[in-house]
Design a protein around this ligand. Structure first.
Ligand code: FES
Length: 61
């Protein structure tokens, strides 16, 4: 499934970027060698980053 239709960035690529340390959508774009265009995907990227951070917090408890 695509998260960013403008750049063809898939969900698994966003996850890989987050696992590699991307903590902001701009870093996800950088990791994917892409640039934001319409920015409609930014909210979903933020949600995915927050979900991952929350999962790590739970894992650490
Ligand atoms: S959907 Fe990602 S920049 Fe447009």
């Amino acid at each position: 499934m695509y998260v960013c239709n403008c750049n063809g960035i898939r969900e698994r690529e966003v996850r890989a970027a987050i696992e590699a340390g991307a903590a902001r959508p701009a870093e996800v774009f950088r990791h994917c060698d892409a640039r934001p265009q319409c920015a409609r995907c930014v909210c979903e990227m933020r949600d995915m980053i927050e979900d991952q951070a929350q999962a790590l917090r739970f894992a650490a408890e």
